[in-house]
Design a protein around this ligand. Structure first.
Ligand code: NAI
Ligand SMILES: O=C(O)[C@@H](O)C(=O)[C@H](O)[C@@H](O)CO
Length: 319
């Protein structure tokens, strides 16, 4: 039996923004998924999100099975025992709170079989800080998906200090089996790689606006039509090699000392949260999101992501 043949049933904790999409990703690839949340209302909301995604995938010829067959693989429950007692792999996407995640994983460990692999979709919390409350921490790992998880390829697979190497390699293989681009890290760091870079860029972008250097719209345009365009083709380190490390060395010698270096909560983000101006979810953030502008931009982004996903599928078929 190959290392993956034993994986048939997935325990999927959380049916929200991320959890509904991870459940769908496993169901799309033939796995039985027990979708667990705290209320029937949350489960029903998650199921509706799954149905919406399935409709989009079907309209874009991205399904290999009938939607009804895929939906039949997903079973909703609010009962941990029912969701997890036969699970071969558990993926958790509950609130980004270390105490809550620790409680969830201690409960999980009481009901899963001995050889079940355990994965959290935390955005950047330390896997070591979670696994230290587990009896069998060797089977715990981070599988960090990117939003929207049904459209974004990457999953960062991150070991904690007590994670067994086989847990990492098997999780990478399983993520690959469900159509993801899985990248293992050598060791943990807060924010892993993607969010360290995302937050470093966000800190500098907010600093630029705060200092009156450019407007939020100008900052976003500059990144979209330069770095964003190039980095989707050649990553930042290879780009540095292509331009010449001597050039970057000369730039770093005067620029590093001038970059944003806040180490506390970001002043702009703190101000926005204090004013309850959280972005799309409240209609106001760094931009004005009143009306349907937000939905239109999300729809446009997701359609572009779908086009890239279809290209990925076509490239996979020719391999
Ligand atoms: N939203 C995003 O862009 C991304 C979020 N993440 C991470 O994924 C995790 C979830 O984030 P979202 O999906 O955005 O949150 P969300 O708030 O949309 O969904 C969380 C779900 O977990 C459920 N839940 C809470 N406690 C539970 C428990 N004890 N047992 C079962 N279900 C429980 C909630 O009812 C809710 O349905 C967080 O750790 C977050 O950092 C990772 C990548 C991207
Ligand atoms: O940006 C994403 O999709 C994810 O990698 C994250 O974890 C983000 O930090 C997200 O949680 C913030 O919206």
């Amino acid at each position: 039996m190959t290392s993956l043949q034993r994986f048939k049933t997935i325990g999927n904790i959380g049916a929200g923004t991320m959890g509904h999409a991870t459940a769908l990703q496993f169901a799309l690839h033939g796995y039985t998924v027990n979708l667990l949340d705290t209320s029937q209302e949350a489960l029903d909301h998650g199921l509706q999100l799954i149905k919406n995604d399935l409709k989009t995938f079907q309209e874009n010829d991205l399904l290999t099975d009938d939607p009804a067959i895929i939906l039949a693989r997903i079973h909703l429950t609010t009962d941990y025992q029912q969701a997890l007692h036969t699970a071969d792999f558990v993926i958790e996407s509950v609130v980004e709170d270390l105490a809550v995640k620790r409680q969830v994983w201690q409960h999980v460990e009481q009901v899963v079989p001995q050889d079940t692999l355990l994965a959290t979709n935390t955005s950047g919390l330390s896997p070591s800080a979670i696994q230290r409350v587990l009896t069998h921490p060797d089977r715990f790992v981070v599988a960090h998906f990117w939003n929207p998880a049904q459209l974004m390829p990457l999953v960062e697979v991150v070991p904690g200090e007590q994670t067994a190497p086989a847990t990492v390699t098997t999780t990478v293989a399983l993520m690959t089996a469900i159509g993801k681009h899985a990248v293992p890290l050598k060791k943990e760091s807060l924010g892993f790689v993607g969010n360290r870079i995302q937050l470093a860029v966000l800190r500098e972008a907010l600093h630029i606006v705060q200092e009156g250097i450019a407007t939020p719209s100008a900052v976003d345009d500059i990144v979209k039509y330069s770095l964003g365009r190039r980095w989707s083709l050649v990553g930042p380190l290879a780009s540095a090699d292509l331009s010449g490390l001597d050039v970057f060395n000369n730039i770093s010698r005067y620029l590093y000392a001038d970059l944003a270096n806040e180490t506390d909560a970001d002043p702009t983000l703190a101000r926005q949260v204090a004013a309850h101006q959280l972005g799309l979810k409240t209609g106001q953030g760094l931009f004005d999101w009143t009306g349907d502008r937000g939905q239109a931009i999300v729809a446009q982004r997701d359609q572009q992501l779908l086009t890239l996903l279809k290209r990925d599928h076509q490239q996979d078929e020719t391999r």
